[in-house]
Every structure is written in structure tokens, then in C-alpha cells.
Design a protein around this ligand. Structure first.
Ligand code: WTA
Length: 635
């Protein structure tokens, strides 16, 4: 097990040590794992290149660290507890031994399909145990997994399959989300028409609906598993061999294939899991995220399983059949640590406190949040009504690119403050810089959040595009990793994350690039151009506001056109990217070089007229029209 901090002075001591001697610190953490061959050097790095390598020449397999390392002690302990969407359906428990067997068998299946080291295997699955099994099977044979969130459209899936040149896709006949059935296979089939790299498709049976099957390409999971051998030798990986790709949105339209490697990611997710949640042996831990996002990768699958934990995997949604679904699950399994998003908390808060009030949830010890800033009201509600005033909240700040939690309280150790992510974890050196790149030291400062020293869990590149990796993270402030977030450090030295300051909006904790949404809107034949910005939304944190230029606007068509734009975006990206508000306009505020001045649009949707200098606009008259239209639309 990784070294565990258990007091505030312990944290302060470890933090100081990790800064004074980062390589010594991380080497000590890494020593708790099983390495087939030890590293010869802990770290090589250069943020200007950029290049980061941890545990150089170290050899390992991450699944050996999950299974072989734990089996002797934990064979009969539940590794995964799977809770279905519908509470009437039976749940499923996979012990370490059982999960190990499934992973080995599926690893053999993948091998039989011709998958080898370095090949990409994509998953487009609901939250079923087979998703975790498949990820670990891929890791066991040294291939690279790429999980695509099940809410993405055919087009978005195809784009990701093509970019990764995936060889195999694992999907399901369908999936359940609350009262809805999601036709995953149908969507996958559509995507596969444009994904020639995919040779085989493995289909998990979930809804048992009849789905079309392509002879020679499509195979049932169950059929393949029937005859698979029960042991598969783990492939020895270099610490810096890729483990997975996970696509996320950036400032341009094209999704970024964030690449994580094996050794550093392993060390970092396990260390942060154990310390942030203060997981104790025998606890039941429940992260309600979807594995389609990084939170599910790091804190449903890898972090917990590496630490021999029992991890609950939930297929459903918090509000179906009723808004007490999480509280049911917590009581059913005696959950000790619960981790969810501010959006889910706000959605449940809106349903009233009587729902959590009917559950004692005595087992709960720690509450966590992730993905977006949490407002004070939601923080207090979570604290008082879910945690009954006795559970510390860990507000964990991190990103797909950071691999694991970066700034967060350690549960019960770091004194918390509502809406503050508080202090950096050991080994993490956040730095605040102003727009000119000057580092702002001391207290009560606000600016761009950067990190000035590497950590083992950081993304190493963007799949197939190292130049874009450099551009996106290391060029705004040379020599520093730039997060894209704004931040404040208060009089206690505590960090408060203020949200994205680039062209990314965070809708219900899901990152969406404004350019992606604009591209989708612009595909409509009546649309000349568009600009999308985030606006404050009571539940989702940020909502999507689209200013759309339609040259031949006829008022009677407004509603029809709005509906068809929303449908179009759902089809092109997925329902998560649907605009909440669409305002038709005659033009957008532009600079002489033709750039849209988004700052103005952002101010408008924040009910502000404090535009600053707009003298560089070629069409300043448009601003009044935009404000008038905004008021007409939003009352
Ligand atoms: C935001 C999710 C405030 C932030 C793990 C970041 C947060 C983006 C927090 C990454 C938090 C994440 N407080 N904001 N505790 N956690 N964010 O890649 O803007 O899906 O840059 O990773 O979410 O989103 P991603």
C-alpha cells in the first residue's frame, strides 16, 4: 500500500519533503508497487520541449499490481460491486479472484482477435462490469484502451475511433439510463461505417433487444468468453508505455486524445486515492461518475483497485426511479466514501431535503466532489443533509490531463472551507501567474493556474499530435503547465478554483469546447456563423448559450429553427452538448482582424455591461442589438 498521511502535521511534513526532494518522495511511493524491473532514474523532464518521463526503464504490468499483488490477501474480498440502473434487478459482486478470472479470460479473447501490445481498443459501453473488465484486459496485454462516453453521437464516436485507429470496438446491444434505453449498437454501427480501422466488434448483451449483426465482424461477448482460457500472462510494460487514451475537449473543434502512461499513472492514482479519501481497508467506496470520463478511470477503476479497495460501480442516474437512488445505494452496501459532482448535488438539492432525510447513511465517513466549482449552497446541503454534518467534504480539483487529484483537502485532516479545493497534494507545485506570465506570490492573489513541476500522473502527450500538446499546455506560459483554469489564493493560502478561462465550458461537469458546438451549429444550411459561451446555470453550473447569425431570419420560423439546431447538435456531438438558449442575431462583435470578441458575449450572458475597451470593434453598433435581443429572450 502507498504511504498514508494521517494528520495535518503529517501532511505539512510530507508536503515540504516532496518539494525539497520530489524524486526521493515519489520513489518512496513507487516502491510500494510490484516492479518487474526497478527504474534506473526517477524523472527526466523539460517543460520547454515538452517532455516528461517517470520511473525510467522501470518495467511492470498495472494489472499485476491490481491482482497478483493483492490476491493472496484479498481473493474473496469484493473488488467491484455493480449496482444496476433498475433497483429491482439483481446486483453483481465480483471478488478480486472473480474479477481476475474475467480479466484474464477477456485478455485471451482480445489476443485471439489479434490484439497485441500497442494496439488501440475502444469501448463504447454503458456502466456495466464488462467495461472495467475490458479496460483491465487491454492493460494486461499491453494494448491501449480508449473509452468513449456512451452519450456521444455516432459522429463523435467515429471521429475518436479514427483518430486512435482503433482495431477493436467493444460495445453493447444497448444501455439503460433511468427510464430510457440507449441504442448503443445502432449508434456504433453508424459510426463504424466511417471507421475502417475497426476489424472486430465485441457486443455485450445488456438490454437483449434484437440488434443487427455484421457477419464476420460482430461477435457476442458471452460467446467469446465461454471457451477462453483462465490465465493470461501479463505483458511486461515499460513505465512510459501508453496505458490509455481519453478524448477531451479543447479550444479548437477537434477532440484531444489525452495520453496516459503506465508507471506514473499507477503511482499517482493509487497515492491520491488512498490519501484524499483516507480509505481504510475493508471500506466500501462509491464514486458515482461514469467511466467514460477521467474520474471513472482514475477513481472507480485504477486508484481503488490498485489499493485493494472495494469499489461500487453504478449503472443508473441519481434521480430514477426517485431522487433517493444514491442514498439507497449508500445504505445497501454501507458505503464509507462517496464521490460525486456538484451538478448531481444541485439536481438532488432541488428535489428537497426530505429525500436524504429518510436515510441515516450511518456508514458514510467522507464525501467528495469533482468536475466543476461547487457553490456554497450546494456544499452546505451536501454537508448537512447527506453527511448529516459529520463527514468532511473533499472538493477535489483536477483534470483529464492531470490523471489524478491535484488540489484537495485530505479527508478529515485538512480543515475545509466551502467552495475551496484548499491545498495542493504532496508533490504538486501550483503557481498563479498574471496574463503576462509573472508569478504571483503570497496571499490574496488571483490569476491563471499553472503547475511548475511535473507529477507522475500527468498526460505525456496528445495522441498523434505532440505539437498540439505543447501548444495547448506549455505555450501560454513557457516553462509552466497551464491548466486553463482561473484561480484565487486567499489569506490562508487556500486555493479556490474560479473556472475555465479558455474556450471550454463545463456543463454538468462535462468539458465541451465552444468551437465544437459552433461547428455543429454552423452545419445548418440557414446558419452563417455562431458563437457559443457559457452562462450561469442553477443546476448544470454552466449552460450553453448560442448567438447564431441567420441572414434570412423570419420570426415565425424561430422556434422551428431552434429545435432543429438543438437536434443537430445532439446528432453531431451528443445530447450533452445541446444549447440551452439560442439567440438569433444579425452579426457578432468582431475585431478588425475578424476575430469574434467573446468577452462581450460572456458579459452579456452574465447580465453585465462592463465591456471594457470596445474601440477595436468594426461593428460596435451590434452590441446594443445583442443586449436588446438577450433581454427579450431572457426576460
Ligand atoms: C473543472 C475532471 C472547480 C476545471 C476531473 C478543470 C473543477 C476541469 C474541479 C477538468 C473542482 C474539476 N473545482 N473546478 N473541484 N474539478 N474542475 O478534464 O475547470 O473533465 O479544468 O476532469 O473541470 O475537467 P475534466
Amino acid at each position: 500500500m502507498v504511504p498514508k498521511i494521517s494528520t495535518l502535521s503529517g501532511y505539512l511534513y510530507e508536503y515540504q519533503k516532496s518539494i525539497a526532494d520530489p524524486t526521493g518522495f515519489w520513489a518512496r511511493v513507487a516502491e510500494s508497487f510490484y516492479w518487474r524491473k526497478p527504474w534506473t532514474k526517477v524523472l527526466d523532464w523539460d517543460f520547454h520541449k515538452p517532455e516528461v518521463k517517470w520511473f525510467i526503464d522501470g518495467k511492470l504490468n498495472i494489472t499485476e499490481n491490481i491482482f497478483e499483488r493483492h490476491l493472496f490477501l484479498r481473493a474473496k474480498q469484493p473488488a467491484l460491486i455493480w449496482e444496476p440502473n433498475n433497483p429491482k434487478e439483481p446486483h453483481r459482486i465480483l471478488t478480486y479472484e472473480e474479477l481476475y478470472r474475467e480479466v484474464n479470460k477477456f485478455a485471451n479473447v482480445l489476443k485471439s482477435l489479434g490484439v497485441g501490445k500497442g494496439d488501440r481498443v475502444a469501448m463504447y459501453l454503458p456502466m456495466v462490469p464488462q467495461l472495467a473488465i475490458a479496460m483491465l484486459a487491454v492493460a494486461r496485454i499491453g494494448a491501449i484502451h480508449s473509452v468513449v462516453f456512451g452519450g456521444f453521437s455516432a459522429r463523435a464516436l467515429a471521429e475518436r475511433l479514427q483518430d486512435a485507429q482503433a482495431k477493436v470496438l467493444i460495445t453493447a446491444d444497448g444501455g439503460y439510463r433511468g427510464a430510457k434505453t440507449i441504442p448503443l449498437k445502432q449508434t456504433a454501427d453508424e459510426a463504424l461505417e466511417q471507421s475502417p480501422s475497426v476489424e472486430k466488434v465485441v457486443v455485450v448483451r445488456r438490454t437483449a433487444e434484437k440488434v443487427p449483426f455484421v457477419e464476420g465482424r460482430d461477435l457476442w461477448w458471452d460467446d467469446l468468453m465461454k471457451d477462453a482460457a483462465e490465465y493470461c500472462e501479463p505483458v511486461e510494460m515499460d513505465a512510459e508505455d501508453p496505458l490509455f487514451i481519453l478524448y477531451t475537449s479543447g479550444s479548437t473543434g477537434k477532440p484531444k486524445g489525452v495520453l496516459h502512461t503506465t508507471g506514473g499513472y499507477m503511482v499517482y492514482t493509487a497515492y491520491t486515492f488512498r490519501n484524499v479519501f483516507q480509505y481504510r481497508d475493508g471500506d466500501v467506496y462509491f464514486c458515482a461518475a461514469d467511466i467514460g470520463w477521467i474520474t471513472g478511470h482514475s477513481y472507480i477503476v485504477y486508484g481503488p483497485l490498485l489499493e485493494g479497495a472495494t469499489s461500487v460501480m453504478f449503472e443508473g442516474i441519481p434521480t430514477w426511479p426517485a431522487p433517493d437512488r444514491y442514498w439507497q445505494v449508500i445504505e445497501k452496501y454501507g458505503v464509507n466514501e462517496f464521490y460525486t459532482s456538484p451538478t448531481a448535488i444541485r439536481a438532488l438539492l432541488a428535489k428537497g431535503e426530505s429525500w436524504p432525510a429518510s436515510y441515516e447513511m450511518k456508514s458514510l465517513r467522507v464525501l467528495g466532489t469533482v468536475g466543476e466549482p461547487i457553490n456554497e449552497e450546494a456544499w452546505h446541503w451536501y454537508h448537512d443533509h447527506v453527511g448529516k454534518g459529520r463527514c468532511p467534504i473533499v472538493d477535489t480539483w483536477w483534470q483529464t490531463e492531470t490523471g489524478g487529484i491535484m488540489i484537495s483537502p485530505l479527508a478529515g485532516i485538512t480543515p475545509t472551507k466551502p467552495a475551496y479545493a484548499t491545498l495542493p497534494l504532496p508533490g504538486i507545485r501550483p503557481v498563479i501567474v498574471d496574463n503576462d506570465g509573472n508569478k504571483l506570490y503570497g496571499k490574496n492573489v488571483e490569476g491563471n493556474l499553472c503547475v511548475e513541476f511535473p507529477w507522475p500522473g500527468m498526460a505525456r502527450t496528445l495522441w498523434g499530435d505532440h505539437e498540439r500538446y505543447k501548444q495547448a499546455y506549455f505555450s501560454a506560459f513557457p516553462g509552466l503547465y497551464f491548466t486553463g483554469d482561473g484561480v484565487k489564493r486567499d489569506e490562508d493560502g487556500y486555493y479556490r478554483i474560479l473556472g475555465r478561462i479558455d474556450d471550454v465550458i463545463n456543463v454538468s461537469g462535462h468539458r465541451l469546447g465552444t468551437a465544437e458546438i459552433e461547428n455543429a451549429i454552423n452545419e445548418h444550411p440557414l446558419v452563417a456563423e455562431s458563437a457559443v459561451v457559457g452562462f450561469p446555470h442553477p443546476v448544470k453550473g454552466q449552460g450553453i448559450y448560442a448567438f447564431v447569425v441567420v441572414p434570412d431570419l423570419r420570426e415565425e420560423l424561430d422556434d422551428e429553427l431552434r429545435e432543429s439546431l438543438v437536434k443537430g447538435v445532439a446528432k453531431i456531438i451528443g445530447p450533452i452538448a445541446k444549447p440551452d438558449r439560442i439567440q438569433f442575431v444579425n452579426g457578432l462583435p468582431k475585431t478588425r482582424s475578424g476575430k469574434i470578441m467573446r468577452r462581450i458575449l460572456r458579459k452579456i450572458v452574465h447580465d453585465s455591461t462592463d465591456f471594457g475597451d470596445i474601440s477595436t470593434l468594426t461593428n460596435p453598433e451590434i452590441v446594443d442589438e445583442l443586449i436588446a435581443g438577450y433581454k427579450a429572450l431572457n426576460g
